[in-house]
Design a protein around this ligand. Structure first.
Ligand SMILES: CC(C)(COP(=O)(O)OP(=O)(O)OC[C@H]1O[C@@H](n2cnc3c(N)ncnc32)[C@H](O)[C@@H]1OP(=O)(O)O)[C@@H](O)C(=O)NCCC(=O)NCCS
Length: 129
């Protein structure tokens, strides 16, 4: 039997991306809307891995853009389950900016999303035990 802590750990999701020109704004840094899309994607994957049910995004909480991310940068997105409710989960998402030559990473963007498990009728359903 898998414990809650193990399920949370196994749900953690990392996605590495390269910032292409089409991902940037007119000043050549990662466009905020693109970052939000990537954050939603990693939150969706993390929640799905935890729940093994259909999930939808119900809320995106405060997102802090701390450091500009230049075109050509390597970024790593990390999604982690931070709260498990009855039908909902809070997923913290961080985007780390990586120095490609050195390998160091710094926190560039951070936020959290609430994802809800839903049935075929799109109504919330309890998270499976
Ligand atoms: C997600 C949805 C099914 C929830 O329906 P609802 O009637 O609000 O459901 P409930 O009030 O029973 O809330 C369900 C859970 O979501 C949580 N929740 C609802 N609205 C929330 C909000 N704005 N912020 C944070 N949590 C919220 C509730 O606290 C509850 O959590 P719990 O069961 O863990 O205690 C409905 O709002 C919906 O379909 N939204 C559109 C989803 C969507 O299209 N997303 C984009 C594409 S993925």
């Amino acid at each position: 039997m898998t414990s809650l802590a193990e399920r949370i750990e196994h749900a953690s999701t990392r996605i590495t991306k390269l910032v292409f020109p089409q991902d940037t704004n007119p000043i050549g840094t990662l466009y905020g809307g693109t970052a939000l899309q990537w954050m939603d994607e990693v939150a969706f994957l993390t929640a799905t891995r935890f729940a093994r049910q259909q999930v939808v995004t119900v809320s995106m909480d405060r997102v802090d853009f701390k450091v500009p991310i230049p075109q050509g940068a390597i970024v790593e997105l990390i999604g982690e389950v931070r709260r498990v409710g009855r039908t909902s989960m809070t997923i913290q998402v961080r985007i780390l900016l990586e120095d490609a030559m050195v390998g160091t990473q710094e926190l560039a963007i951070e936020g959290s999303l609430v994802m809800v498990a839903v049935g075929a009728d799109m109504k919330p359903v309890p998270l499976s035990a």
